[in-house]
Design a protein around this ligand. Sequence first.
Ligand SMILES: [Zn+2]
Length: 445
Amino acid sequence: MGQPAARVHDAETEFGDPDQVRGLQWSKLEGIIQRTYETNPFYRSVWDAAGVDIASVRSLDDFRLAIPWVDKSMFLADQVANPPVGTRLSTEMDPREALEYYTTSGTSGRGSELHAQTTSEVAAMVDMYRYGFTWAGLSAGEKMALTLPITMLAGGRVEYQAAVGFGMSVLPIGNYDAERKLEVIRQFAPTSLFGSTTYFAHLAAVSEEPVSGSSVRTLLTGLEGVGLSYVQRLEEAWGAKAFDRFGCAQMRADFLFSCEHGFGSAKSPGVLHAIDPFVLVEVLDPVTGLQVADGEYGEMFVTSLYHRDTPLIRCRLYDGGIYRAAGTCACGRAFSGIEVGTIGRTDGVKKIKGINVYPQAVDKAVFSVPGVEEYHIRLSSRGEADVAQVTVMLAEDMPDSEIGKAEAVAEALRHATGLRFDVVLGSVEHSEYKVARWTDERSRD
Ligand SMILES: [Zn+2]
């Protein structure tokens, strides 16, 4: 296989000098910090409490040292203390522009965060997505099917706006069931699907005719980290090439995108590039708090360089991954990023039988077994002991699929975690979004 041809949206920054990109970042950030301090009571109180002297913050390095991070628990506390929206959305109190409102699903039980952005911020967001769409080989005027539902969640809505803004003919099929989604795909013949990774596999599995014969040539995957072998099977099933992305509710957008190399290969894994002119992604050592070096694991802290009215400044995501420095991807871009398939929650580690288990390692292990479509893990107690049971759903189109599969999954899990899981075959619920794969019913004292 030859190298994919470079697809370039903005040659000057993509293939320019990384120092110049950092200069551009600071020139945008400087004004945002000043304006935020003057207009946003939430950030002002956080910075005042940390004793920040805004006038002395004169470079990206000063910024990293002086400005404290914020996180969703602080956003929620602000909402509770100052209902209903908190002091963070000061634009809401002085509206000069229409606002797009979003809530989070609030599955943690601590309530759902409220986020908003202005029409002009949405327009800037569209410019950020242009990089990702261009790198995936899409062109304005093409048809795209969006498989995420349109709801109060940011996921789905922002993808819709980004794709429409880029000039795609977007088919919003997310609110339909799988069968109707497939019908629309057959009827309108879109060239791309935009949604979440495992849902594309689900669509392929439930389709009566092989989807490899469909019009779809590009899969814009996301919302979940999966291993390379899973993606390769997905690409094969659709006869399409996959390009990944990563975003979060706090940013109200995706801000990491695959370049033309997609997921890459085992020898040369793809990079999810930060769109550096629009977002400052710091990848910090969990112990020292310092930026990690190329190839090292760190936790992401995100600052938006285009939200001037509803700022997001040094937001701790509790998501980590392997940092890739500017210029280290096979494409040679001056944008930094995260190695594809390495992103996972830093606060999601499960302790099972005294051993720390990373959900992303379990994802990788289970999905490495061919024929596995979805899975769910239930943790329970038997006396003092933890019991870990995994229900594995196999793709329907494999007649001999059950033979040896339970053993193969158990062996993959034992190899990845050192633990014995009870494996049963059964059916598991699907989601167009991120799938909730863990239930913890263990008794605690
Ligand atoms: Zn690249």
